[in-house]
Ligand binder design. Structure first.
Ligand SMILES: Cc1cc2nc3c(=O)[nH]c(=O)nc-3n(C[C@H](O)[C@H](O)[C@H](O)COP(=O)(O)OP(=O)(O)OC[C@H]3O[C@@H](n4cnc5c(N)ncnc54)[C@H](O)[C@@H]3O)c2cc1C
Length: 286
């Protein structure tokens, strides 16, 4: 197996153009598991760890640009205030060892429907910045990035450079159901982001469909029905839960049944909206 080790982004793009079959490796917490279990035997690995810019994040004036190689532990420690939904999801990933190595870029590269970073990226309206040597940069909205089970819009000659998302303009929450409390793949998960200045609520559903997805009908419903100056109406809350559950298309598998997943999505949708709404009302009253 060839081991390619670019030290700059330009070299990394050139290597991927030259050998599109080379498998990028960042934290290696997905790639190495697959190699160790002989799921794949890549002809070449493209190690991105020497490309320093991938491990940086910056405030761009209108939001945050988080390099594909920033590990979860730094999102939690350095961006917890600005990107609370993504930081909450990062806290639930694996163990400290996995959070030290694993990255959002790798989560996007793997594009598993159960990946924990996807729901908060969807709820926040994140954009994935990808690039190829031949065609330059493409900005792919998160909701267009996921195409199928472990399939994304990334072309074979492209690499993920960063993910861009606005700083939280309102409360954000992430909730995950697992078969135990830690080191667990989500049975299903849900993220919410309040965007009060736009009068809108963003959602993200994980592990309850072939891809992570937004609950679009539920978002439209809240945009119409939420009274941002009032208490949360229980009827609105209940209907929101139903619409979120309806947006899922889960399967029965070893982690849970489709019925259970639909039920849990409704519960998490109601809970996270209640938590976020309470925070929002408290902040307004202060
Ligand atoms: C014990 C254990 C527990 C885990 N628990 C969780 C969990 O709770 N929640 C969760 O979501 N995941 C979990 N995972 C999976 C994994 O840790 C995450 O998916 C993580 O985000 C992968 O990041 P990485 O940097 O290690 O990716 P890597 O393994 O390096 O790469 C993952 C995929 O992304 C591709 N890739 C990486 N970087 C790029 C790039 N810049 N451009 C294009 N493609 C790229 C790779 O080719 C590969 O296909 C767990 C894994 C293990 C081993």
């Amino acid at each position: 197996m060839e081991f390619l080790r670019p030290t700059t982004w330009a070299e990394a793009l050139a290597a991927k153009a030259d050998q599109p079959e080379a498998v990028p490796i960042q934290g290696g917490t997905d790639v190495m598991v697959e190699i160790n279990f002989d799921v794949h035997r890549p002809v070449a690995l493209l190690d991105l760890n020497q490309v320093a810019e991938l491990a940086r994040w910056e405030f761009t004036g209108d939001g945050y640009r988080v390099g594909a190689g920033v590990p979860y532990v730094r999102i939690i420690e350095e961006l917890g205030g600005a990107l609370p939904g993504l930081a909450q999801a990062s806290r639930t990933v694996g163990s400290p060892q996995i959070r030290n190595r694993g990255t959002v870029g790798g989560n996007l590269g793997a594009a598993s429907p159960a990946g924990d970073s996807h729901p908060p990226l969807l709820a926040a309206g994140a954009v994935v910045e990808v690039e190829s040597a031949a065609r330059g940069v493409r900005m792919i909205p998160a909701h267009e990035f996921y195409l199928g089970v472990k399939r994304s819009a990334l072309e074979p000659d492209e690499l993920i450079r960063a993910v861009r998302l606005g700083g939280a303009s309102g409360p954000q929450y992430f909730s995950k159901v697992g078969t135990r409390n830690a080191m667990v793949i989500a049975v299903c998960s849900f993220a919410i982001a309040l965007h009060p200045e736009e009068g809108r609520v963003g959602t993200g559903i994980g592990s309850a469909a072939p891809t992570p997805r937004r609950a679009l009908e539920a978002e439209d419903f809240l945009a119409r029905e939420l009274d941002w100056g009032a208490r949360l109406d229980p009827g609105v809350l209940g209907r929101f839960g139903e619409l979120c559950a309806g947006a899922a298309s889960p399967i029965d598998d070893v982690r849970g049944t489709a019925d259970y997943r639909r039920h849990a999505i409704a519960v998490m949708a109601r809970r996270t909206l209640t938590w976020a709404w309470n925070d929002y009302r408290k902040a307004r009253a202060a």
